[in-house]
Write a protein that binds this ligand. Structure first.
Ligand code: ATP
Ligand code: MG
Length: 651
């Protein structure tokens, strides 16, 4: 499918057409039969609504006019009416039948269309969400949250409007207008021409007004996204705003966006709102002209020209039909014109949504997977169904179709790794690290030195620019990303908790963990005590990122979450930075037990927590400047020594 580039606000006509085509195609993909039924129902409903105008003309010419003429010729009124009744009743029954079908068809298509619209929106939201989860971290680094949120709200709503109202309206109008044109030409070519001239004027008007308003409607959608983004940011940063007394400033920023939204909305709606009355008036003008031209034609007794040929003079009945048709015709045209904005908004919403869906997923070229393993009687590693505590890399060989198993030991090597989040700035230079199985590797260094970045590369949040990373001597690019990440128990620098109970949040680390395992993990993380003191213990519901907990408590829960995952390699990024020193010592005792036999990467600002590491790596501006044990580094009297003694002086 075609991919779109550029700014959605400046969509080209080709892109509009492409998006519309794609939208219709995907709609038919999901709901082919429903849409066919809807089209048929729309056809009935539209044709039904044209029938009335024809009946009025026929009743006038075949019932009322002859009856009046008979009375004028001296027939008794009751006798003349008696002669009229059979024809009239025939027409009335036909009319009632047609209208009944029309009502039923309208009911049917609105019902089906409601299902189609809601179902389609559900699918598209689902597709967006699941695709969003497959996107690389980079996407979230480079897109404002408010924008992405508005895809799910405004843009989806614009599509709803398009599907539930605009498209049925347009289809009905096309059918009705075509039917009217045929009927009109059948009755009188001259009067049809009069209506045509009027409608051309209406189209010209719509084009000029809608062109202006559509631009502002599209801008309005963007402004809504921006306003929502600001509200979201304010909610997240409420504490910072209060601390710096920036309420007024925050309000001003919001006001600016709010004013812009108001401005765009006003302009869009001003143009859109003048369209309807202008159309209405033009419609009445056409009505009057048809009446005048019709009257002149009837009175002059000139022969009529129609699809039936050059024939009988025009009748009053035909003029009445024409007047009704001209009203319905112009009303239909103006209703369609009203949809222009919704159509443009719907399509530009779809454009943004498709753009997200087209966004390239995180690429996973890996084929080596992680499995539970055990030794068989011949001491060979074999795959095991249940958790054995032993893991192996399952390595399929394409050449001969064999599979080999390779025990996971937790050896991680980085060779001359260079990396930058973007091309302009390299963040890591020539980083070489050799973590042997079971070693505790600590990273220390100033803020921004690149500690977190190294761990982001090990779990492949980002891919390296140059160099190699090997995990148990396997190039990590060959390992499937979910398997790689499953093998790493990670406590991220930013703790993130989800809405749910404490238990659910810990269980996030291992979805099938039993309650006992959860409590065990909480004990390791030293979180058990405070959790049991919470009002509902493990069943206490955490709200909005754990707002009802202290920062340190949140960290303890995220440590417990990593502990329950029981992964062979651990990465702890500043896991204990917000915990008091006494609790930290306790947590450390727990995590030491957890770390036993595992390779662990620890990042800590407090050097006291890393003293017992097997290797301490000192980073400075993305380069490793020293490495060794605590003792070695102290003896070296280099940067670490300075940091260490400096830190102690500070304390
Ligand atoms: N998502 C990102 N996009 C662009 N640059 C980034 C991104 N994340 C980090 N950086 C840059 O990379 C460099 C290293 O950041 P990193 O997060 O690795 O530092 P750190 O050593 O973990 O610092 P801290 O101790 O403060 O956590 C910094 O200069 C930062 O500006
Ligand atoms: Mg960091």
């Amino acid at each position: 499918m075609a991919k779109f580039k550029g700014n959605p606000a400046k969509m080209q006509q080709g892109e509009m057409a492409g998006t519309a085509k794609r939208l219709i195609k995907s709609l038919f993909h999901y709901y082919k039969w429903e849409l066919i039924v809807v089209m048929i129902a729309l056809l009935f409903s539209a044709v039904g609504s044209t029938a009335g105008s024809v009946f009025i003309g026929s009743i006038t010419d075949e019932c009322i006019t002859p009856a009046v003429q008979r009375i004028a010729q001296g027939m008794a009124v009751s006798e003349s009416l008696d002669l009229m009744w059979p024809t009239l009743i025939k027409y009335l029954i036909a009319m009632v039948t047609i209208y009944a079908i029309c009502i039923f068809a309208t009911f049917a298509y609105t019902r089906i269309m409601a299902n189609v619209t809601q179902g389609y929106l559900k699918n598209i939201r689902g597709e967006m969400f699941s695709h969003m989860e497959s996107l690389p971290i980079k996407y979230f680094d480079t897109h404002a949250r408010g924008d992405v949120m508005s895809y799910y709200t405004n843009d989806v709503d614009a599509i709803r409007q398009l599907l539930s109202q605009s498209i049925p309206q347009i289809i009905t109008s096309v059918i009705t207008l075509t039917a009217f044109i045929v009927i009109m030409l059948y009755y009188s070519i001259w009067l049809t021409l009069v209506i045509f001239v009027g409608v051309i004027a209406m189209f010209a008007l719509t084009g000029s007004v809608s062109g202006k308003s559509a631009k502002y409607f599209v801008k309005q959608q963007k402004s809504i996204a921006k306003t929502e983004g600001i509200v979201e940011e304010m909610m997240n940063g409420q504490r910072v705003i209060k601390v710096f007394c920036h309420e007024q400033k925050a309000y001003e920023k919001f006001k600016e966006a709010n004013d812009e939204l108001c401005d765009d909305g006003t302009k869009a709606n001003t143009y859109a709102n003048i369209l309807m009355p202008m159309m209405g008036n033009l419609g009445w003008i056409i009505y009057v002209i048809v009446a005048c031209v019709g009257a002149v034609l009837v009175m002059s007794g000139a022969n009529n020209v129609s699809l039936q040929g050059y024939g009988e003079p025009l009748t009053v009945g035909i003029i009445i039909s024409f007047l009704i048709i001209s009203r319905l015709f112009t009303m239909n045209v103006s209703q369609t014109a009203q949809q222009v904005n919704s159509i443009i908004m719907g399509i530009s919403g779809a454009y943004r949504i498709f753009k997200l869906i087209d966004e390239e997923s995180e690429y996973d070229e890996g084929y080596v997977t992680l499995v539970n393993a055990k030794y068989d009687e011949n001491n060979n590693i074999v795959e095991s169904e249940e958790r054995t505590g032993m893991w192996a890399w399952k390595h399929p060989h394409q050449a001969d179709g064999t599979i080999t198993y390779h025990k996971l030991t937790g050896k991680i090597d980085l060779f001359d790794v260079d990396f930058g989040y973007n091309e302009e700035k390299i963040v890591l230079h020539d980083v070489t690290i050799n973590a042997k199985p079971g070693q505790k590797i600590a990273f220390v260094g100033a803020t921004g030195a690149g500690k977190t970045t190294i761990t982001n590369l090990i779990n492949r949040f980002y891919d390296i620019a140059d160099g190699k990373i090997r995990y148990d001597d396997i190039n990590i690019n060959k390992i499937k990303k979910p398997d790689l990440r499953r093998s790493l128990g990670i406590v991220l620098q930013d703790t993130n908790l989800f809405t749910g109970t404490v238990k659910d949040n810990i269980r996030y680390g291992k979805l099938d963990a039993t309650d006992e395992e959860i409590i065990e993990a909480a004990k390791i993380a030293n979180a058990h005590d405070f959790i049991t003191r919470l009002p509902q213990g493990y069943d206490t519901v955490l709200t909005a990122d754990g707002a009802n907990l202290s920062q340190g408590q949140r960290q303890l829960i995220s440590i417990a979450r990593a502990a329950v995952a029981d992964a062979p390699v651990m990465i702890l990024d500043e896991a204990t930075s917000s915990i008091d020193t006494r609790t930290e010592a306790l947590v450390q005792k727990g995590t030491d037990a957890l770390m036993k036999g595992r390779t662990v990467f620890v990042i800590a600002h407090r050097l006291s927590t890393v003293q017992n590491a097997d290797v301490i790596i000192v980073l400075d501006q993305g380069r490793i400047i020293e490495s060794g044990t605590h003792k070695e580094l102290i003896e070296k009297k280099g940067k670490y020594y300075q940091l260490y003694t400096g830190a102690f002086e500070l304390e």
